[in-house]
Ligand binder design. Structure first.
Ligand SMILES: CC(C)[C@H](C(=O)O)[C@@H](O)C(=O)O
Ligand code: SF4
Length: 775
């Protein structure tokens, strides 16, 4: 059994094995997905796929949608509907499309008129939708956040979103185990954001590739749930598929009273807690990578460059190329310094700022706002700052903060107090940096152009961002009087600083007796597809020959492959215009002749050969492979890939080809540089030059190779496993009844048959007049 580990098991092994629906000898495994979060950016093409195939959403009771990336953070007092409220055309279309889709597919949706709306990774935990030991996915790389609950939570691309909507499962492979142990007491002034920035600085942005990280050790145990979420959130910046923390008393305390968690002290709650506790890694469990960190070595940490691994202690100086031994790193450092407008040797605390952003799925929870408010209370934002913003992670965080008077503290200090959303974390809405502006940000990515074309981002904790706002430069929070009381270090971490949010009473209790029947119904309905039962739906990939464009850079992230402004589409086609946009075009829109894809013969490239490591790291946007495909590139050759990008390419009939043998890779790159064609032969598993001479041999994964060669579509293949999925669901209902829609999700279960019978589905909530929703 490929998925099962013999002998002692890790937390990840246990959660993964408990979700296996089907497994093949080659290691391809179908796992069941307990929780699916949906947002407006990565879902339109998935819903379109479902509609085209006549498929339904299999488990509306396990699906929760919100709109977060595109939404303005301006006051919503006069909000009537998104059509009037969202001014920018493409953003509005994406929000409207989501609203149409949640109506068409009868999904629970927290729209802009709902006080529970917010960043998808904030609302899931807040509602108790995220539970320990579950599998949680979302078309978003920071789904890793939910691993703080001991859930196996990871980001997926849009094709996989469609797969989950249709089948409630995913086809996957088992990842490797990595352990990051942080032991000891965190010093005053050091918070969980410093821990994760420090860890990424140590392991690098590709350090966790192919692994699930378990964070443990006394320092992690001492952290609140909010702090653990910030750590797991950024596992993706360390390249990991997911991050996890074993559930414990802190987890249970946080969950108590959440609307979608089992009712405290009920039989279900007790059963759930017992199961959740059993998931702790066994004592002798084996990890493929083991990292030990002493908490006392961690100081307030900030980023200086354009990758989350580019971090230094706030007491340090900007590094220079000479500080690195590796040639690639020297080059990357030079490029980062140019982009960031920094000189090696400059004291970090001498770096002047233009803006401060406190928000994002990493650090916009109530605890983060409390810390920042404590630091700025009674003080003023430095006069040199053009803007300082607080963007709460959800409507409920905002309300809680207002109940505590935090908004007043911020406004008195000179901060803007905004509505919930992703905001300046990636600037898909109007909150962006202008070219050259420098920002202290509590978000998670400092890629080139991340917060706005030409914008410069320094990542840090909320306490450090608050300190920076007061000083007008990067600043050491420990130099401010009274900072100690603000920070819940491991020594004094409160059990649960956030009282459960006040939410509407859940609908009537679940009628658990009829779960089995309804599960049958919903499954029966969900597979009544108009789609042909054939699994052949993808273009085939056998041999692929053409000009290969050479690239050398390391860590080419998906923001660089296609920046945010091109994500505001509801289609897959036409994205080549955004491909490598910042590099391909000058500021006036003309072609940058120095960029390889603008030079003949590479403007007709069909293959990309990247000799730098970690191609496609970062976000889960499937727009990256779509843009490459639209340009004509169907195969990318590199020494290593970001996990989600790697998966996404396969779903589009493309081949990401990992060649780790440097000599072979260089031979291929030489052909590319000479402007000669190369051929990738997936059947023979060889890369050849134009004359047919073999440059490299490779070993593709058996099942993926089979699917590519035969043009097989994953959803079709999975739907053939219907009986196994049903069996899994029956067992899940018997053993973990709390996972079938509870609270306000119950109605989807109870109403499944009734709603499905409706000729023209109205909305999923026509009756729910008491709910604070738009419809
Ligand atoms: C839009 C989405 C695909 C993306 C992600 O996956 O991370 C975004 O949330 C981001 O932070 O870049
Ligand atoms: S990383 Fe930023 S853009 Fe992505 S989900 Fe989080 S807040 Fe939104």
């Amino acid at each position: 059994m490929p998925g099962a580990v013999k002998g002692p098991r890790t937390l990840y092994d246990k959660v993964f094995e408990d979700h296996i629906v089907d497994e093949q000898d080659d290691g391809t495994i179908v796992i069941y997905i307990d929780r699916h979060l949906v947002h407006e950016v990565t879902s339109p093409q998935a819903f379109e796929g479902l509609k085209n195939a006549g498929r339904k959403v299999r488990r509306p009771d396990c699906t929760l949608a919100t709109t977060d990336h595109n939404v303005p953070t301006t006051p919503r007092k006069n909000f009537k509907n998104v059509s009037q409220f969202v001014e920018e055309d493409d953003s509005r279309l994406q929000c409207e499309t989501l609203e149409q889709n949640v109506k068409d597919f009868k999904l629970t949706y927290f729209g802009l008129g709902d006080k529970r709306q917010g960043i998808v990774h904030i609302i899931g935990p807040e509602q108790g939708f995220t539970l320990p030991a579950t599998t949680v996915v979302c078309g978003d790389s920071h789904t890793s956040t939910h691993g703080a609950f001991g859930a196996l939570a990871f980001g997926i691309g849009t094709s996989e979103v469609e797969h989950v909507l249709a089948t409630q499962t995913l086809m996957t492979q088992k990842s490797k185990n990595m352990r990051v142990q942080v032991n000891g007491d965190l010093a005053d002034g050091v918070s969980s954001k410093d821990v994760i920035l420090h860890v990424i600085g140590q392991i690098g942005t590709a350090g966790g590739t192919g692994h699930v990280i378990e964070f443990c050790g006394s320092a992690i145990r001492g952290l609140s749930m909010e702090a653990r979420m910030s750590i797991c959130n950024m596992s993706i910046e360390g390249g990991a598929r997911a991050g996890m923390v074993a559930p414990d008393e802190t987890t249970f305390e946080y969950l108590k009273g959440r609307p979608l968690a089992p009712k405290v002290d009920s039989a279900e709650w007790k059963k759930a807690c017992k199961y959740w506790l059993s998931l702790q890694s066994d004592e002798d469990a084996r990890y493929d990578i083991d990292v030990q960190i002493d908490a006392k070595d961690i100081v307030p940490t900030v980023s200086w460059g354009t990758s989350p691994q580019d971090v230094v202690p706030i007491t340090g100086v900007v590094p220079g190329p000479d500080d690195f031994e590796d040639a690639d790193k020297k080059k990357a450092c030079k490029r980062s310094l140019e982009y960031m407008g920094l000189t090696a040797g400059t004291k970090m605390t001498d770096i002047e700022l233009d803006k401060v952003f406190i928000g994002s799925c990493t650090n916009a929870r109530i605890e983060d706002l409390r810390i920042a408010a404590h630091i700025v209370k009674g003080k003023k934002v430095a006069p040199n700052l053009k803007r300082a913003m607080i963007v709460p992670g959800s409507g409920l965080v905002k309300r809680q903060a207002e109940d505590e008077g935090l908004n007043q503290i911020f406004e008195d200090a000179g901060f803007e107090w905004r509505e919930a959303g992703c905001s300046m974390c990636l600037g898909m809405n109007p909150d962006i940096l202008s070219p050259g502006e420098r920002c202290a940000s509590t978000s998670n990515r400092n890629f080139e152009g991340r917060q706005g074309a030409g914008g410069r981002t320094h990542l840090m904790s909320p306490a450090m961002a608050a300190a920076a706002a007061l000083v007008g430069k990067l600043a050491d929070v420990r130099n401010l009087s009274g900072y100690e009381q603000a920070l819940p270090s491991s020594k004094k971490a409160p059990k649960d600083v956030a009282p459960p949010p006040q939410v509407d009473e859940p609908d009537s209790d679940a009628d658990l007796d009829n779960i089995l029947d309804l599960a049958e119904d919903s499954q029966g309905n969900s597979v009544k597809s108009k789609a042909p039962s054939s699994t052949a739906g993808m273009p085939k990939f056998t041999q692929w020959k053409g000009i290969a464009a050479p690239m050398e850079q390391t860590n080419i992230d998906t923001d660089a492959i296609i920046p945010k402004q091109f994500l505001k589409t509801i289609k897959r086609a036409g994205l080549s215009k955004g491909l490598f946009h910042a590099a391909r075009f000058n500021q006036d829109g003309s072609l940058n002749k120095d960029f390889v894809l603008n030079q003949a013969p590479y403007d007709k490239a069909k293959i990309l050969v990247c000799t730098g490591r970690n191609f496609g790291c970062g976000s889960s946007r499937e727009h990256a492979p779509w843009a490459l495909l639209d340009f004509g590139i169907k195969c990318i050759i590199a020494p290593s890939f970001g996990d989600i990008f790697f998966n996404n390419t396969f779903k589009n009939g493309m081949l990401p080809l990992q060649i780790t043998d440097t000599a072979a890779l260089n031979k291929i790159a030489d052909e590319a540089k000479a402007g000669r064609e190369i051929e990738v032969d997936l059947e023979a598993q060889q890369v050849k030059d134009a004359k047919g001479v073999v440059l490299a041999e490779f070993q593709a994964e058996t099942f993926r190779r089979h699917c590519l060669i035969n043009g097989l579509d994953d959803i079709g293949i999975t739907l053939e496993k219907e009986e196994k999925i049903k069996r899994f669901e029956r067992k899940r209902t018997e053993e973990m009844p709390w996972l079938d829609g509870s609270g306000y999700l119950t109605r989807h279960r109870q109403g499944a048959v009734k709603v499905d019978a409706a000729a023209v589905p109205k909305t999923n909530r026509g009756e729910e007049k008491t709910e604070p929703l738009e419809w």
